[in-house]
Design a protein around this ligand. Structure first.
Ligand SMILES: Cc1cc2nc3c(=O)[nH]c(=O)nc-3n(C[C@H](O)[C@H](O)[C@H](O)COP(=O)(O)OP(=O)(O)OC[C@H]3O[C@@H](n4cnc5c(N)ncnc54)[C@H](O)[C@@H]3O)c2cc1C
Ligand code: SF4
Length: 567
């Protein structure tokens, strides 16, 4: 009887987490015929039916999209995220529900549900370039990456075709081109700025962003049940058209259709079970989110995709006599070298040209400035560089202020001002041993799992980078004739960039890294980490496309190794 029940709880592969990377692991495993269990700590969110605000007009939302002050006060951390508003608040973790300890200020923004943060993300998808993978070795920080651009390039193509990426082939060294659908159009002032900048600087480019939106859906997207993006730009509510990529619209239903997927929401993974005799991991311990009962599930292969920081937590909490400091932690680096993106600075201004033109409708994307600092050689007093967002929109005054007659009048009396131009920085940070996460020895969460202490901060390199971004951007804005230029350093805490990475880094040497070049644990060969925790360094690009490509590549490796009888 017991054996029978154990059999029901035994799979070929277990995937922890159903967000961007876990969804990809589920799709790849099931498509390749493996019986797969996805364990997700949050509730189920079904595509379309569980997007309660997706069709609401502003006036149909109780507070017209704003969140009441008491909710914001109760949630000081998550309230800092721009997407935490009335239309999407139900997809964010509230501060008090899942406590953690901020040794240093760290805004940990989370989405616990089927789909994870794939419902909420801003969908910017840039490939890493060879300069990113070569960075640590060239500049002497962290450890050398065990892979380079050529190892991952085919996997970028593979995931891009399925996800659907809009973009332009710009032919820029620091931003390799991908498999793009029709690009979004730049506004006339964005085009003007692009031209002015390329006339003056041969290595700086203003281009349209690359984003996970279907501008020209192909059969593979219709097969997923997705359709063309309607440019509504309210994506974080969930998209009934599947216009943008999320696990919910794409990878999870795809995996489900194979008949090989068991999806178990409300299942909080406590730890991974290591069998000392077999010398490998055999399964996971799961706490039921409602009953708090603990159950074990078993598999030949385990993928940890709980998002970078929670993946560190699970691994640190997976202790055994073989691994007293956390699973696979022979090197002692598990939980260390956590890094993020430096999003502190903005530069805004106005432009008094093109006053006879404006933009029409919405565009769920913006302009992008690929990294240009320290690319071919070290040229500043800080290491690495930054990319930046750029956008130019006509200021209009048809506000939705007022009620009744006044509101109608305001809406119909559209007045235009100058163009508003703005940019924000996206800086690479250097992973350091002193930026780490660890388990608290006393405090537990509601599931009996140790709470996490997060000790992650900026350093002098980041401060210098902020100053350089502001100086360079001001220079470029002035050169283009923009006026009323204002720069701001928000000094926001680490974490609000929502690109946390590292802690279980990849590397060539098991003495200094946790994972090898296939995201496989050096010391426990049937456990793989393919979310942000695996990242050896951070680049300037948005990271999620790279997690997807690494995941598909790692699953392919697993399947080949299984055929050889190695896993
Ligand atoms: C507002 C916003 C904008 C963003 N914009 C971009 C962007 O433009 N481009 C970009 O590349 N990235 C962006 N990101 C970041 C992006 O969302 C993440 O990089 C991506 O979702 C990470 O994928 P993941 O699979 O590692 O984690 P997630 O998508 O967060 O999924 C992790 C899943 O694991 C589950 N989980 C956690 N712990 C456990 C446990 N113990 N047991 C079981 N399940 C568990 C979680 O509930 C969650 O569902 C943005 C994020 C936000 C919130
Ligand atoms: S902009 Fe596109 S992807 Fe976003 S909600 Fe609208 S239709 Fe969906």
């Amino acid at each position: 009887m017991l054996e029978d029940s154990k059999k029901k709880r035994t799979f070929d592969a277990i995937v922890i987490g159903s967000g961007i990377s876990g969804g990809w692991a589920a799709k790849e495993f099931t498509q390749k015929g493996l019986k797969t269990l996805v364990l997700e700590r949050g509730r189920d969110v079904k595509h379309i039916v569980d997007y309660p605000t997706t069709m609401l007009q502003p006036w149909e939302l109780q507070h017209r999209g704003q969140l009441p002050l008491d909710i914001r006060k109760e949630n000081p951390v998550v309230s800092k995220c721009y997407a935490f508003h009335e239309g999407a608040a139900h997809f964010f973790v509230k501060d008090k529900e899942h406590p953690y300890i901020q040794e240093k200020p760290f805004d940990w923004i989370r989405g616990y549900q089927v789909g994870g943060k794939s419902l909420l993300w801003a969908r910017q998808t840039q490939r890493w370039s060879r300069f990113d993978f070569e960075g640590p070795a060239r500049d002497g920080f962290a450890v050398e990456w065990p892979i380079g651009y050529d190892d991952i390039a085919p996997w970028y193509s593979y995931v891009e075709k399925f996800v659907g990426i809009t973009g332009n082939k710009d032919g820029i060294d620091t931003l390799p081109d991908g498999e793009f659908q029709k690009p979004h159009e730049m506004s006339c002032v964005e085009k003007y700025f692009s031209q002015k900048v390329s006339e003056k600087y041969k290595d700086r480019h203003i281009i349209i962003g690359r984003a996970a939106h279907l501008t020209d859906p192909q059969q593979i997207h219709y097969d997923q049940g997705r359709a063309q993006c309607q440019n509504r730009a309210i994506c974080e509510r969930g998209c009934p058209y599947g216009g943008y990529f999320s696990s919910n619209a794409s990878t999870i239903p795809w995996a489900m259709r194979t008949g090989k997927l068991t999806l178990r929401p409300d299942s909080v993974v406590h730890s991974i079970i290591y069998d000392e005799k077999k010398g490998k991991a055999v399964g996971v311990r799961v706490v039921d989110a409602h009953t708090k009962a603990m159950t074990e599930y078993y598999a030949d292969v385990i993928f940890v995709n709980a998002a970078a920081i929670n993946t560190n937590l699970i691994l640190l909490n997976s202790v055994s006599s073989r691994f007293p400091a956390g699973l696979g932690n022979d090197s002692g680096v598990l939980g260390k070298y956590v890094a993020f993106h430096n999003y502190r600075a903005r530069v805004n201004g106005e432009f008094e040209g093109y006053l006879d033109q404006t933009t029409e409708g919405r565009r769920p994307n913006s302009g992008y400035i690929p990294r240009f600092r320290n690319v071919y050689k070290q040229e500043t007093d800080f290491l690495r560089g930054y990319a930046a967002g750029f956008g130019a929109n006509r200021i209009s005054y048809n506000s939705s202020q007022g009620l009744g007659e006044a509101l109608k009048n305001n809406l119909s009396a559209k007045k235009y001002g100058n163009w508003s131009v703005g940019s924000h920085m996206m800086g690479e940070t250097i992973p350091k041993e002193t930026n780490f996460v660890e388990l608290d020895k006393n405090l537990r969460d509601p599931f009996g799992i140790p709470q996490l202490r997060i000790s992650v901060d900026y350093d002098d390199n980041d401060e210098k980078m902020v100053r350089d971004y502001i100086a360079q951007m001001k220079e470029m804005f002035e050169m283009a004739g923009f006026t009323n230029i204002q720069a701001a350093d928000s000094k926001q805490a680490a974490g609000l960039d929502i690109h946390e990475m590292g802690g279980a880094r990849m590397g060539k040497d098991p003495r200094t890294s946790v994972l090898n070049g296939f995201n496989q644990m050096h010391a426990c060969k049937n456990v793989f980490v393919t979310d942000g925790a695996c990242m050896t360094s951070t680049s300037t690009q948005n990271p999620s496309l790279t997690y997807m490509a690494l995941t598909a590549r790692a699953v392919d490796y697993v399947v080949k190794e299984r055929k050889k009888g190695n896993l």
